[in-house]
Design a protein around this ligand. Sequence first.
Ligand code: 6LW
Length: 531
Amino acid sequence: MKVLKLCIFLVMSGLMMAQEPPLTFNNPILPGYHPDPSICRVGDDYYLVNSTFVWFPGLPIYHSKDLVNWQLIGHAIDRPDVVDFDGLPDKLGLFAPTIRYHNGVFYIINTCVGCKMNFYVTATDPAGPWSDPIWLPDAPGIDPSLFWDDDGTCYYTGMVGVEKEDWPTQTVAWNQELDLEQKKLVGERMNLSFGHANNASYTEGPHIYKINGKYLLMVSEGGTGMYHALTVHHSDSINGPYVSDYINPVLTHRHYGEDYPLHAIGHGDLVETQNGEWWCVMLGKRRINKETTLGRETFLAKVEWEGQTPIFNPGEGKVLMKQKRPDLPWTPFEKEAMRDNFDGNKLGMKWCTIRTPKEDFYHVANGKVQLKLRKEVMDSLVNASVLLQRIEHHSFEAMTKMNFKTSRSNEQAGLTIYRTNENHFKLLKDKKSLVLMQSFKGEVTELARVPYTKKEVVFHVKGNDLEVQFSFGETEDSLKPIGGSESLVVIADGHGNTQFNGPGVGMYATSNGKVSKSYAVFDWFEYKELP
Ligand code: 6LW
């Protein structure tokens, strides 16, 4: 009996040890294409939103209880009729958002660049439904934020260029009262800050906080690349004057030089936990040999105060890839299965398309996705029949099983890695072959072609840092390479790519400009991080 009790004790202890929350967390907290983060807290719950440009649905809302484990709970822009991305290049669309909570209502304020500009949406449930956009035609510039003062007045804080630049790329952070009853800006517009540096470029991403009765304005400056930085400015009045903190920049990686593996740190938003800690989410770019293939990701850093001055990771002064996690209840969410078997009657929330769909082009039934072949191609600035999920790791593999046969030479379907309409890979099945194609700066190259006429095919892609290898087979156990080791520089920042968005991997079907009644049927899609 004693032995049995000892065994039970050891097993239980093992289980308890197994569930012991970690002491640290790893950055990025949201890997892959998660730029321009904004965060708010409601009680013990945290909500975070990112920019998404022409991905649809847009403005993903993530929920967390511990600032480390995040769960996608919805999108603020998820109805095709509320915004129109048609004709927009991949670098335009939904720029930096801000999420805030006031008197029982969630607000997300944002800019649809190239499509009616500044607007806000509201919801009582952050998972949605969100309201239709309330457009603010009088609000210039981008990067809007909201702040409620103690007297209940709501202020719109934004950034805009200046008419007569005293230095190149000079911009200004400004604010103005937002009358939420009339749903418009009212009163005088006030310039708050041109940034800290006397040649601060792209002062943007402004947020106002009121801490111990003083107003703190935090902005980004330097632009969303090598010189990105966070600076803070103080005032006793909401409309200023704002005095720059001597410690500026309070956070940057620009002084670490070109070879540092984490750069472009900036575009931050502060949050105070229910336990009185302060943390900041911000964007950053991880680099391999100076290349950024995953886009701008979301990072987390501790903030402590010395008077009115925020000190980021005291003693370190930089974003850390691992650090002591926030003093919050460890709350992991159930991980999604690596293989999406397309159960149910709709796609999981991680799936997006490019630009606003004008018609239903897929449906989910009987554990399959039926992707309609349409005339539209992903090389054009339209919504084609493409479904993507974010690539979130430098070492990953993706695989899908497709059922598609055609007698028409214009019909194709298969697997894609997509960054922009001009920079992507396609591994497609057509009338009698499988063809691997690369589009780089708009130049299309056929990398490989193999004869293939069977109805079913499994496509596979494996990414490892800057290399990628595509494969195919009748089953996932009989994969053979197609093409050689190709370069993921095709989807890296620069090289014709916007640095704003990020890469996705997924499914694509097209009839290349001709009418078609065909469908490509996908049984499952698998994505996983490789060790
Ligand atoms: C965003 C601006 C920025 O609106 O890039 O990194 C723009 N910061 O603040 C697009 O992401």
